[in-house]
Design a protein around this ligand. Structure first.
Ligand code: ATP
Length: 814
């Protein structure tokens, strides 16, 4: 087997992980978290640094922080469980091995419990009654059967500080230990959380000492510079394609990849074509050959087989990919509204892959992303545009998307679907045996063969640590990680643990980082990505500088503030993002509305904030916009974004109240964090915080600000309190920039006056702002369009002017 992952060592470090976690006292964790009693110095925590002197230094930093994150996930698991659901089980078998108790629990109803879940086992149910239980301990689910759970427990004592490994005895654990061996004893159990992902991250982190590029990771520097001879080259036709379809900085990034530098970092600010660059990279690296082959002059004479008719080519290709039969199922599965963060696949025919002699150098690539949605976005993009081969022919390579929750539009290349297709292609008897459940192992074999046959495997970071990867016959040569700045370092190490030859990290550390649940781990820098750490340490980063998303007026501030003024606009961006509503300065491209009388409030019991005044103003603005420009009445075109969950909730409720429709049909309302990686024509950003005394909380995080103000193609309309926001340096700069550009509007109550005809007329933009819009775009009838609201749903005392309430097409969802 090519991938050996060093199973014994892996098992050893997993044992350490489980011994520490399973030994913890659940009630102590809850108490420490609610009262904040655990002292940072007692936890042995160290700040994440840019470089590390050796593996011990690295592990001494990351290990305690990772365990803090596990604790936070356990506590959060408790908070998320709306009702504590206790199940019952009877111990039918128990034995001790390697310091663990392995037991079989018999029961009838396990609820949603699955493998790798952390459970709490207790003699008594406990919860709100404040009665402290006498015997309880954590257990890990190793296997779930309909009537049995195989569990692992560690009942020897508790390791409170992972840096000292000191074991303290625990009375509760001892009590469990004394009873658990007794058979036929019944226990209550409750699911706490899944440990799958974090356990994989732990194993990956511990595996650093055996990685070929261990020193590179520790020092964040590459001491070996590849010579020209080690670089890889691509054929002339493919190079010509790449040169004409990529801008200078994208090309530099692809060249850096071909230089075979071990780690290539590509920073992609908003809209700069990260995905396009990844696809260009895939074309290049899948069809590259060592430079010395070129110098022998062979590559220009690629041997071709006889030119086959398209049908024969398709037949050949289907022979090689028997599971892909029939019409392209992707086309049938696309969502109607092509937005949804995905791209339409119309016109995407399956094109045969023509393999020629130069393919003997073909590498195998693993593409990962931190989330399913980010992953599916690249998969779908590859499916819709294909990549290029060495003769500059577009084709869809053999790919598989593994893991759970694949978006329906990429089902056709998901592992489960491909396995079913393979089974369907088998002879009847074999398939029947499989379907009867006898062939779990054979299914694994089919999965492994699909993985082996695929040129590109797509997986989330976490799933790349699953057992499926240990069954591969051939290792991956190259790992590409998209949204790499949104993953904590141990998560990024998961796909690297198998020891590939080259790694591409693509992301943008100036946008939101990974979510870290533990405030203390966060404080010590655990949310820093490997990308960010390398960049801080001075590792070379290829930055993509030409943006194709935003109107130049939207681009100018984030470029200056966050990217040293280096962002440029693609050739026709200005014309593409010009809109009719730019006729009024208050509708963009860039505006700041100072809601100076606005009040922030914190709903009791929540850590979140809301601002009713901003909601009122935004609703009026929304109404005015969509009344005049009804094409904006669509959730695929207009977004309302806020940093706070409660403000998002309030917007949704008010939409329903005021307009009588579910907001999701007419506007996309979400948190900033939920909008990363997405774009809309118009984005209204409600900042919420409005107190000069209290500060502005996490609105001050410049990465959140950057994401919030870079989602829009045509108009970004920022709504906030200038006085409160000015306390922060970046926000002060934004407000000053708005002032200088004459697009800061101080808005007083009643807000409806702001959108009166006279007021709007006073905000008419200069003609120059509308240059380039065709006569059709200027249709004056577009103005004054009534927003249809059913009469009985019209608010009694609305501020929405005279033109509402008379709609006759029954609702806003068009
Ligand atoms: N070299 C280029 N020439 C012209 N258009 C380009 C080029 N590169 C990218 N684009 C266009 O820019 C848009 C954004 O590209 P892409 O989706 O690849 O960006 P991204 O960086 O992945 O986006 P995000 O910021 O959402 O992550 C797309 O419409 C794409 O076609």
């Amino acid at each position: 087997m090519a991938i050996d992952r060093n199973l014994i060592e892996e098992e050893g470090c997993l044992h350490r992980f489980y011994k520490i976690v399973l030994g913890w006292d659940y009630i102590r964790l809850l108490k420490e978290s609610s009262k904040n009693t655990a002292k940072e110095k007692d936890l042995g925590l160290k700040q994440v640094k840019d470089t590390y002197k050796d593996v011990d230094d690295y592990l001494a930093t990351f290990e305690p922080l990772l365990f803090e994150e596990v604790k936070a996930q356990i506590i959060q698991g408790k908070d998320e469980e709306e009702e504590t659901e206790w199940k019952m089980g009877i111990v039918v078998q128990c034995h001790e091995t390697d310091g663990f108790h392995l037991l079989e629990l018999f029961g009838e109803d396990w609820g949603s419990v699955s493998q790798n879940d952390l459970l709490l086992l207790s003699k008594e149910k406990f919860g709100d009654d404040k009665k402290r239980p006498t015997a309880y301990a954590f257990a890990l689910v190793e296997h779930r059967l309909p009537d049995k759970l195989r569990l692992r427990m560690h009942l020897d004592g508790e390791i409170k500080r992972v840096d000292t490994n000191e074991v303290t005895t625990s009375k509760t654990l001892l009590k469990v230990r004394s009873r658990i061996m007794e058979q036929k004893v019944s226990w209550h159990m409750m699911k706490i959380c899944s440990l799958s992902t974090i356990a994989r991250e732990y194993v990956a982190m511990r595996s650093i000492s055996s990685l070929p590029y261990k020193d590179l990771i520790l020092k964040a520097a590459d001491s070996i510079h590849n010579s020209e001879d080690q670089a890889w080259r691509i054929s002339k036709p493919l190079m010509e394609y790449i040169q004409t379809n990529h801008n200078t900085t994208q090309l530099e990034a692809i060249r850096a990849g071909l230089s075979r530098r071990k780690f290539v970092l590509i920073q992609g600010p908003p809209g700069t074509g990260k995905t396009q660059t990844i696809l260009g990279l895939l074309s290049a690296i899948l069809h590259a050959t060592p430079a010395r082959i070129h110098t022998k002059g062979k590559i220009s004479e690629i041997k071709r087989g006889p030119d086959l008719h398209i049908e024969d080519k398709k037949k050949q290709w289907l022979n090689a990919s028997p599971w892909l039969t029939g019409i392209n199922p992707r086309d049938a599965k696309m969502p109607k509204d092509g937005d949804d963060g995905f791209f339409p696949t119309t016109g995407n025919e399956l094109k045969p892959e023509v393999v020629n002699s130069s393919r003997k150098y073909r590498v195998r690539v693993l593409v990962c992303a931190p989330s399913n949605s980010a992953l599916d976005e690249i998969v779908l993009r590859l499916l819709s545009t294909g990549i290029r081969d060495e003769n500059d022919r577009s084709y869809t390579p053999k790919i598989v998307r593994i893991g759970l929750k694949a978006h329906h539009s990429v089902q056709a290349v998901s592992m489960d679907y491909l396995v079913e297709q393979k089974l369907a292609g088998m002879d009847f008897q074999t398939a029947d045996k499989q379907k009867q459940g006898g062939g779990a192992r054979d299914r694994d074999t089919i999965r492994a063969s699909i993985m082996d046959e695929s040129a590109i495997v797509f997986s989330t970071l976490s799933f790349s640590g699953s057992s499926l990867f240990t069954k591969l016959n051939r290792n991956f040569d190259i790992v590409v990680i998209d949204e790499a700045a949104q993953a904590v370092e141990p998560a990024t190490l998961v796909p690297l643990a198998s020891g590939c030859k080259q790694v591409f990290l693509v992301g943008d550390p100036v946008q939101l980082p990974a979510t870290v649940i533990s405030p203390v781990a966060e404080k010590f820098g655990y949310s820093m990505s490997l990308f960010k750490r390398f960049q801080q340490a001075g590792y070379p980063v290829q930055m993509l500088k030409t943006q194709y998303r935003m109107h130049p007026e939207i681009r100018s501030f984030p470029s200056k503030e966050f990217y040293d003024g280096e962002l440029e606009d693609g050739l026709d961006v200005k014309d593409r993002t010009k809109r009719l509503w730019h006729k009024y300065r208050c509708f963009g491209p860039f505006c700041f509305f100072d809601i100076h009388e606005g009040k922030e409030t914190q709903p009791s019991g929540s850590g979140s904030w809301e601002n009713v005044d901003e909601v009122d103003f935004v609703l009026l603005m929304y109404h005015k916009l969509v009344s005049s420009y009804p094409e904006l009445k669509s959730s695929s075109r207009l977004a309302i974004i806020s940093p706070y969950r409660y403000q998002v909730k309030l917007f949704r409720t008010k939409f329903k109240e005021k307009f009588g429709v579910d907001s999701e049909k007419v506007v996309d309302i979400n948190t900033v964090d939920g909008f990363q990686g997405r774009e809309k024509d118009v984005a209204i950003f409600s900042c919420v915080r409005a107190s000069k005394e209290r500060g502005i909380g996490f609105v001050a995080d410049f990465r959140r600000m950057n994401v919030g103000i870079t989602r829009a193609r045509a108009s970004v309309l920022v709504v906030g309190s200038a006085d409160a926001l000015r306390k922060d340096e970046h926000w002060k700069n934004l407000i000053t920039s708005a002032e200088e550009r004459n697009c800061l509007f101080k808005v007083s109550k009643p807000y409806a006056d702001f959108f009166s005809d006279d007021s709007l007329a006073s905000m008419a933009a200069e003609e120059a702002a509308l240059d380039g819009l065709g006569p059709d775009d200027m249709d004056p009838d577009a103005l004054g369009y009534d927003l249809p609201i059913e009469a009985d749903q019209a608010p009694p005392d609305d501020d929405y002017g005279d033109d509402i309430g008379g709609g006759d097409d029954g609702g806003m969802d068009d």
